[in-house]
Ligand binder design. Structure first.
Ligand code: 5GP
Ligand code: MN
Ligand code: MN
Length: 387
């Protein structure tokens, strides 16, 4: 732990100068209370740093949640151990890729039965919040149950005891993106209208008590729920495929679903604040959480330790060390294949920028996070499906 500025505390032993500068800039905003907690996986983001916890008093910065509102992880521990699994894993990868489309365009042409109750819940939630998600995009119903591209992924993994887990990463898809972009633009317009001098235009904020603030919180809350249900829907489809592959339906031993891009009201150091975690998970004492490493390294099921200075938070992954373009310049397809030896994955040069070496070493990140979380299970992937 390192106190960098009056309002910035860092747990990152790997932190480049630009990221440090960006976090300091955010920390100097007058409505930060009590301080920004910079997580071990911190790296440069748009406006606010990825891997940071940003508590604000009476205001909220829409870009501090990011454009994938509610992005996060879900994991299920199944009753299976590795011995139950057929040796050829390519059929299950194919089946998962068919059951969970990347985007709504190709496969999710109609709402599938399992998604229906979730859609009804979201319709009711939108109605109570007094807004119409159709005004952003009429296709949000078809987006529910789709993975998205980039580093959204689905994995089958094993823990050290041999238990088989399904593990996936996704968020609020196109509809969440539109909601985020809209409110980021509203905040920028209002700050301009009131001659507010911002250190970075992406740090534009909304002030509590205004209609714009209320609208943002209502729609953000909806997008967060959409993201959580999107993960549930995909997980159910994945488990069905796993059950068919093994020949026995999956029985769930445990399910964990957590956001790593979200805002919620919490009490810290005596005050009610809006806590935005941008690439960070909530880690109150005993709370289960998920920390993925990369497509070819360990990932972790954790339990929070409730560190007060860290604002009950922990890292959400390894965090990028190389930008996508730097990774493509630095690493080769051959290195990607080496890093993925023994894992059933889609062997495609498009994933060079997702090579494990493009991320910070997860062991180092977990060592930095030793006061923030306790490791309950260490997962290694058997199958990786990348978005
Ligand atoms: P973000 O949500 O900021 O886009 O990234 C989440 C984290 O997921 C990354 O920091 C990285 O540590 C991890 N990650 C990225 N791709 C994969 C993958 O294919 N498998 C696993 N297990 N983790 C990944
Ligand atoms: Mn995302
Ligand atoms: Mn994410």
């Amino acid at each position: 732990m390192e106190k960098i500025d009056k309002r910035l505390i860092s747990w990152a032993s790997i932190l480049d100068d630009k990221t440090r500068e960006q976090a300091i800039t955010t920390a100097k905003l007058p409505f930060i209370y009590p301080h920004i907690a910079l997580m071990p996986d911190a790296h440069l983001g748009k406006g606010a740093t990825v891997g940071s916890v940003i508590p604000t008093l009476g205001a909220v910065i829409p870009a501090a949640v990011g454009v994938d509102i509610g992005c996060g992880m879900i994991a299920v521990r199944t009753q299976f151990t590795v011995d139950h699994l057929p040796t050829d894993r390519s059929p299950v990868r194919d089946a998962i890729e068919r059951a969970v489309p990347l985007s709504f365009g190709r496969y999710n042409r109609k709402v599938v039965a399992t998604a229906e109750p979730r859609i009804i819940e979201l319709e009711a939630l939108a109605e109570r919040a007094g807004f119409d998600p159709d005004s952003y995009t009429g296709s949000w119903r078809l987006q529910l149950g789709t993975l998205g591209s980039g580093n959204h992924f689905i994995e089958l993994s094993r823990d050290r005891a041999g238990n088989v887990w399904a593990f996936l990463h996704s968020g609020s898809r196109g509809v969440g993106n539109k909601i985020a972009q809209h409110h980021i633009a509203v905040a920028a317009r209002l700050c301009k209208q009131w001659w507010i001098d911002l250190p970075d235009p992406d740090l534009a904020y909304l002030v509590e008590g205004t209609d714009e603030f209320r609208r943002y919180i209502a729609e953000l809350t909806w997008a967060q729920r959409f993201a959580a249900l999107n993960r549930e829907e995909m997980m159910d489809r994945v488990l069905r495929q796993v059950g068919e592959w093994v020949g026995t339906p999956v029985v769930e031993v445990e399910r964990v679903n957590c956001h790593h891009n979200f805002t919620k009201r919490e009490k810290h150091f005596g005050k009610d604040v809006w806590v935005s975690r941008k690439g960070a998970i909530q880690a109150d004492e005993g709370r289960p959480g998920l920390i993925p490493g990369s497509m070819g390294t360990a990932s972790y099921v954790v339990s929070g330790k409730g560190d007060l200075l860290a604002l009950n938070s922990s890292p959400h992954g390894a965090g990028r060390e190389y930008s996508r373009s730097a990774a493509r310049r630095t690493f080769t397809h051959e290195q990607l294949r080496e890093a993925m030896a023994g894992i059933e994955f889609r062997d495609d040069a498009a994933f060079i920028d997702e090579i494990p070496q493009a991320y910070k070493p997860i062991d180092r990140v977990m060592a930095d996070a030793a006061d923030l979380v306790e490791v309950r299970a260490t997962l290694r992937q058997l199958v990786n499906v990348k978005g």
